[in-house]
Design a protein around this ligand. Structure first.
Ligand SMILES: [Zn+2]
Ligand SMILES: [Zn+2]
Length: 223
């Protein structure tokens, strides 16, 4: 069942890891989320909707930047991140317990919209559960240049798709492999798929602003 959403026109990017969490795990944040949004003219506090692909620490931090937003999440991801699998370090390690508990508080504050397995949350923007990596969801966005697929960890790198070698963080390999197939059906072409962790994205999409080097327009694949 999909709960009703209070959708408005502002659209925020995935909130990614916070700097303190990154420091703790030996990862540096090179572009803080609020800086990136400001560089393209978006005030983080004005964002009304945030799509959370899944709750691994590198995709679910910075809650404090979006005090007014509704977060969109799959039922399966909340179940995974708060259920019995988290009793095992191998599966709980990529999660940050503070991020998960903050999400639980958001639920109680009426600021989470759950989805299962597919929803259209605004005209042309749809969410699709692919699983395999907890309750991971991907996003399809219709643009003037075709349908773009935001893969998040359904494909960490282009190589995971192009060489058919899944990234070795998953809980169900078959769902990962089928998830890549799903992405290929959802997007207008392989060039329209955006892997979650590949720096090559900065070369395969056009810059969104000429004077900003590290932000690209996902509606403008170069391939
Ligand atoms: Zn992940
Ligand atoms: Zn990730």
């Amino acid at each position: 069942m999909t709960l009703p959403c209070r959708w408005t026109t502002s659209f925020g990017q995935s909130s990614a890891r916070s700097a303190p969490t990154g420091d703790k795990r030996g990862r540096s944040v090179v572009r803080p989320v609020d800086d990136g949004l400001a560089a393209i003219g978006i005030d983080h506090a004005s964002v009304n909707d945030v799509i959370i692909s899944h709750m691994h620490y590198d995709h679910c931090g910075n809650h404090h930047l979006f005090p007014n937003a509704t977060f969109h999440l799959q039922d399966a991801e909340m179940e995974f991140a708060t259920g019995r699998c988290m009793c095992h370090h191998a599966m709980s390690h990529p999660f940050e317990v503070e991020d998960v508990t903050t999400m639980v508080r958001r639920v109680y504050n009426g600021k989470v919209c759950f989805h299962d397995p597919e929803s259209e949350i605004a005209p042309g923007i749809t969410l699709h559960k692919v699983g395999g990596h907890g309750g991971l969801q991907v996003v399809r966005v219709e643009t003037d240049n075709g349908a773009v697929g935001i893969a998040s960890d359904a494909a960490h790198f282009y190589a995971n798709m192009e060489r058919q070698k899944p990234f070795p963080v998953f809980d169900r390999l078959s769902d990962v492999i089928l998830g890549v197939e799903r992405m290929k059906r959802l997007a207008s072409s392989p060039a329209h798929i955006v892997p979650g962790h590949d720096p090559l994205v900065l070369k395969r999409f056009a810059r969104s602003h000429q004077n900003v080097e590290d932000i690209v327009a996902l509606a403008h694949p170069l391939g």
